[in-house]
Write a protein that binds this ligand. Structure first.
Ligand code: ZN
Length: 162
């Protein structure tokens, strides 16, 4: 191999402020970076997958969910991560975009809130010690979900994504 670029990266190991599970949709790359900085998350282990938190809530395939879960566990083991930030976003292709909700942003938001709740419940049931925060990214900013009320989350029925 030959060197094609010079850059000095930090060599010290770090403790991750959070493992950030989000979609790889590049339109939300900048807002995510700025938001994390604003929240004081300097060292993040990003888990960028199509649909983001959808993988924990309504995975296309169960093996995808196990894989994502193992990635979170690896982040905890390698970087002592104690918090997961779950994200979904508006007009996400993994959900069929905004058009899957008839172009209705409120319907989409309601669906995505439910998805975040299910993703959180799944994570907490598999990794009880993990702290979970849920966020919905829209084209005008970031919305945070109120902390979960465990009883309600477990009782709420699964919602369809159409
Ligand atoms: Zn997406």
């Amino acid at each position: 191999m030959k060197k094609v670029f010079h850059f000095d990266s930090q060599t010290d190991l770090y403790r991750a402020d959070a493992c950030v599970v989000s979609c790889f949709d590049a339109r939300f790359e900048l807002v995510t970076r700025k938001f994390l900085k604003k929240r004081g998350v300097w060292w993040a282990d990003p888990l960028k997958i199509a649909g983001g938190a959808k993988l924990f809530a309504s995975p296309a395939d169960e093996s995808e969910r196990s894989f994502a879960l193992s990635q979170v566990r690896t982040s905890m083991r390698l970087h002592r991560t104690h918090r997961v930030m779950l994200m979904v976003h508006s007009d996400c292709g993994a959900y069929g975009g905004l058009q899957a909700f008839g172009g209705n942003e409120e319907r989409e938001a309601a669906n995505h809130e439910s998805e975040l709740r299910h993703a959180e419940a799944f994570l907490k049931s598999n990794i009880p010690t993990i702290e979970v925060e849920c966020f919905y990214l829209r084209f005008t900013g970031v919305w945070a979900l109120d902390p979960a009320q465990p009883d309600r989350v477990l009782d709420s029925p699964a919602t369809s994504q159409d």
